[in-house]
Design a protein around this ligand. Structure first.
Ligand code: PHE
Length: 327
């Protein structure tokens, strides 16, 4: 019957079945109602009013059934015609989603590389005190590195018991924090933001990231420093990368070097390194006669930019989706 056929269409959630049922019963040319209507002509005169009335009732009933079947199918398909009933097996419409920022991707990768060399990743605070940013790093009171023009000091109300507070200007602060809490041997890296009031241009930004490495043990030498950095550079940039040390000075390392890497025929400076100064080892209660160590601090943006051929650090922080979506 018509009831069964319409119900079947609704159950199957199938617009085609519904359409076939419509043609079968309501079809204008050869539908069952149409032939019933033709039959009306043959009914005897006396029975005609009753038969006509019955026919109209049945027709109305079938039309109602059809309408309600259409309504049921289209309700669940967002109001479209029954023949476009919702197919649950179709893939959904994808919403635009973001992804991990290139610097965060770089940080994860660098952590992973250093992790394989046995260096555990640790974190330190971005708001630091004088002791961890300067004093314990052998940067005395009158040292130019403390210049207010080179640092983001917090206002006087933020002074801690230990002196001035500032946004850390280097991740070397984390070396101190780790050594204060741990006994050697130590092998850590710390990746995070540092802040300097630099003039912003293609290679400078007032905030950037550093990867700091620290290894303390008995008999750690410059040779260990160079091989760790070389392995690190080769893994991140490629087997053909060369590494070069240039003599330099940092208050917290002795001797100190600038670390250059050569890749695609250009030498580029990536940061500083050296053997941890005995004064620093003493500041955290280590005996420099017993343990030695190396430390390095490299610019994460530089590494990321070198690897991906980005020529302006500002691209990384403009939040231009067309730029960021390439990574
Ligand atoms: N902290 C130094 C800088 O910010 C880099 C450095 C780290 C140098 C560790 C030596 C040892 O430039």
């Amino acid at each position: 019957s018509a009831v069964e056929r319409f119900n079947e269409a609704v159950d199957k959630f199938d617009g085609d079945v519904l359409e076939a049922a419509r043609v079968e019963f309501l079809g204008a040319k050869s539908g069952k109602l149409k032939s019933a209507q033709k039959g009306l002509g043959k009914v005897g005169k006396d029975d005609k009013p009753a038969a006509g009335k019955r026919f109209n009732e049945v027709k109305q009933r079938i039309e109602e059934l059809f309408e309600s079947a259409v309504a049921k199918l289209s309700q669940s398909s967002g109001g479209g015609p029954a023949s476009e009933a919702f197919d649950v097996s179709l893939p959904g419409a994808l919403l635009p989603v973001g992804h991990v920022h290139p610097i965060t991707q770089t940080i994860e990768e660098l952590k992973d590389i250093m992790g394989r060399l046995g260096f555990a990743a640790v974190e330190g605070p971005e708001i630091e005190d004088d002791w961890h940013n300067f004093e314990a790093l052998n940067i005395p009171m009158e040292h130019p590195a403390r210049d207010p023009l080179d640092n983001f000091y917090l206002h006087a109300g933020a002074k801690a018991a230990g002196g001035d507070m500032l946004l850390r200007s280097q991740t070397s602060t984390v070396q101190i924090r780790v050594m204060e809490e741990t006994q050697p041997p130590i092998r850590i890296v710390s990746l995070g933001r540092v802040y300097r009031p630099d003039e912003i241009d293609a290679t400078h930004y007032a905030m950037f990231h550093q990867i700091e490495g620290l290894m303390i043990d008995t008999d750690v030498t410059m040779a260990d420093l160079k091989s760790v950095l070389h392995l690190f550079a080769k893994t991140y940039l490629g087997q053909d990368v060369e590494i070069r040390f240039r003599p330099s000075f940092f208050p917290f390392t002795e001797p100190s070097v600038e670390v250059d890497m050569r890749w695609n025929d250009t030498w580029l400076e990536f940061g500083g390194a050296g053997m941890v100064d005995p004064n620093v080892l003493r500041a955290v209660g280590y005996d420099p006669e017993v343990v030695t160590g190396f430390a390095f601090g490299l610019g994460v943006e530089r590494l990321c930019m070198r690897r991906h051929g980005v020529n302006d650090i500002r691209h990384l922080y403009n939040n231009n989706v067309r730029f960021l979506s390439q990574f």
